[in-house]
Design a protein around this ligand. Structure first.
Ligand SMILES: Nc1ncnc2c1ncn2[C@@H]1O[C@H](COP(=O)(O)OP(=O)(O)O)[C@@H](O)[C@H]1O
Ligand SMILES: C=C(OP(=O)(O)O)C(=O)O
Ligand SMILES: [K+]
Ligand SMILES: [Mg+2]
Length: 577
């Protein structure tokens, strides 16, 4: 039966009749299973009312870009995709669209509507708010502003909330933006609560066990080495320290202490990964409809499982992806388990570099990127990518090399922190990430630097296994045939991520019927997510997609595409008519 077979639709120059691909192409594929739907749990559907998956599909390729409800911008114009992807696609052509995704931390430098819009236009795929800083009211404004821009201007920026976590950090410096610690000055680190103002050269520490845990002679390291102190005396709750490496203290800077060259993990090793404040922030994030929650200082898979079941119980109408931040010494012992439990990971090099020797950070980065690719989880490389651009309009050559390396490793996403949150040149920093990504990706394709990465099976069921085989084969076919794009019709996004995992030469157009899935696909390498109501009839899905995309000038007759579907578990090769 033709509808149960894999279809190879030959290019128009050859015969246009359907030709079957023999199962030999995909050895593990058994035809009777081809019509099985993917059996992935979809705990919550979108908060929006997505077009029905049954019955006649609406003739509109729509993008309901807002996080909440609201009118669909441009719905009248029949087709709508993220305005920035569309522009990139038209400007650069199919093959040269950017594959690496960009995350920007929003802070005082970028929280205004115009600045947020400039970042969205500049290619920000995900806006990150860091709960270490700012009030709920501040974060709410930012999240709503992003949502409003999506709705009004046709962007599809996802929102990531990043928890504070409960590692040791300083207080907020009594409201000052920073404080300078000079060589040999004596500062007091204390767990005492002061009524403001703080006495001179006094720093609050958030961890009650601090004065008990440190010892005279310990080295106190601020923000992974921006400032260093030596503990010289303990007086009750106060710890007197002498500055040994002068520098700038910033509010809520992270603190670690070291004894005989090793990181001290005493009582603070028992601090909860998710503090009571973090739970309140998580409730806030769920209520505000964030797409991702990044968990700071993850030590084990349990905490991720715990949070995931909390979210599933609290949020039945939509999914939120949980991203594990790899930044603590303890996370390295349980790396695979943590990543497997999560929906993605972040190499949070800022704190990671404060917990392990700096020279080990690059190899950990490479390892995390590799494990994530193998386990099919998106990975973000974060912190200090363009640190000097907080102050200067041009990056250092070393920073460009660092960004290039992350792109070369084929991480899913790069992240700006201070550069976009409080730097002087957020847009320029984003432009650097964008242009370096595009350049390195092109070089990689032109020079055919294919890494031969083993992609182990990740399937949990036979049906998943079929999807995986189809995607792996499609990835190879796309490169061998030099196709212009992969099209994937996916309800849960799973098949789109399996294709992304192959890191094919061509871009992947991911059509999904859920706004929430669509926004989350924004984080994954090479995916251009569209929202589209589609049916089980691939022929009609394809024809409609072709005509809608052609109307928008996003594809042309003759373009060669491979189309996959996770309802039918099918694969077709065809020229756009
Ligand atoms: N919501 C915010 N409000 C005020 N300042 C912020 C905010 N978010 C970020 N920042 C500033 O930007 C800097 C860099 O951001 P980030 O790397 O996310 O935080 P951190 O330095 O705490 O790891 C912060 O140290 C802080 O000075
Ligand atoms: C991204 C990081 O986390 P945060 O900015 O929240 O400290 C990091 O430590 O690199
Ligand atoms: K954080
Ligand atoms: Mg951190």
């Amino acid at each position: 039966m033709a509808s149960q077979s894999l279809h190879l639709i030959a290019p128009p120059t050859a015969s246009r009749s359907l030709a079957r691909i023999s199962t030999a192409v995909i050895p593990n594929l058994r035809l009777p299973y081809l019509r099985q739907g993917l059996r992935l749990p979809l705990a919550c559907s979108s908060a929006q009312t997505p077009p029905s998956n049954h019955g006649p599909a609406p003739a509109v390729l729509s993008s309901d870009n807002g996080i909440g409800g609201g009118p669909i911008a441009g719905a009248a114009s029949a087709i709508d995709v993220d305005a920035v992807s569309e522009a990139e696609l038209k400007e650069n052509g199919f093959r040269s669209t950017r594959r690496t995704k960009l995350v920007c931390t929003i802070g005082p430098a970028t929280c205004g509507s115009e600045q947020l819009e400039a970042l969205a236009v500049g290619g920000m795929n995900v806006a990150r708010v860091n709960m270490c800083h700012g009030t709920h009211e501040w974060h709410r404004q930012v999240i709503r502003q992003v949502r409003w821009l999506n709705e009004e201007k046709g962007f599809a920026v996802a929102v990531m909330m990043d928890t504070e976590g409960s590692e040791i950090h300083m207080g907020d410096l009594g409201g000052s933006a920073s404080a300078k610690a000079e060589d040999c000055e004596i500062w007091t680190f204390t767990v005492r609560a002061f009524k403001s103002p703080l006495p001179e050269r006094t720093i609050n520490v958030n961890y009650d066990g601090f004065a008990e845990d440190v010892k005279v002679g310990d080295e106190l390291v601020v923000d992974g080495g921006m400032v260093r102190f030596e503990v010289i005396e303990k007086i009750g709750p106060d710890v007197k320290c002498k500055c040994t490496d002068p520098g700038l203290l910033l509010p809520r800077a992270n603190l670690t202490f070291w004894r005989d060259g090793s990181l001290v993990r005493e009582g603070n090793a028992m601090l909860p990964t998710i503090s009571s404040k973090d739970w309140l922030d998580i409730d806030f994030g769920i209520a505000e409809g964030v797409d991702f929650i990044a968990v700071s200082f993850v030590k084990s898979a349990e905490v991720i499982n715990h949070l995931k079941s909390y979210i599933a119980a609290r949020c039945r109408d939509r999914e939120i992806s949980v991203i594990a931040k790899i930044e603590s010494f303890d996370s390295l012992k349980n790396l695979e388990d943590i990543i497997r439990a999560s929906d993605g990971a972040m190499v949070a090099r800022g704190d990671l570099g404060a917990q392990i020797p700096l020279e080990q950070v690059p190899s950990v980065q490479q390892k995390v990127v590799k494990i994530c690719r193998q386990l099919n989880r998106p990975v973000i490389v974060a912190s200090q990518l363009l640190e000097s651009m907080i102050e200067y309009p041009t990056p250092t050559r070393a920073e460009v090399a660092d960004v290039s390396e992350a792109v070369r490793q084929r991480a899913d996403a790069l992240m700006l922190s201070g550069e976009s949150a409080m730097g002087q040149f957020p847009d320029k920093a984003l432009t650097v990430l964008r242009s370096v990504s595009i350049r390195i990706e092109r070089w990689w394709r032109e020079e055919k630097h294919y890494e031969v990465m083993e992609l182990p099976d990740v399937a949990a069921s036979f049906s998943d296994k079929i999807s995986e085989e189809i995607c792996n084969s499609a990835g190879k076919m796309a490169n061998n045939l030099g196709v212009d794009a992969l099209f994937v019709y996916t309800k849960t996004g799973h098949m789109a991520s399996l294709l992304s995992r192959c890191r094919p030469d061509c871009p992947i157009f991911a059509f999904t019927n859920s706004t929430s899935v669509r926004r989350r696909l924004n984080l994954q390498w090479g995916l251009i997510p569209f929202r589209l109501g589609f049916s089980d009839d691939m022929e009609s899905n394809l024809n409609r997609t072709f005509s809608l995309l052609k109307q928008r000038g996003m594809i042309q007759s003759g373009d060669l595409v491979i189309a996959l579907s996770d309802m039918l578990q099918s694969i077709q090769v065809m020229n756009v008519p």
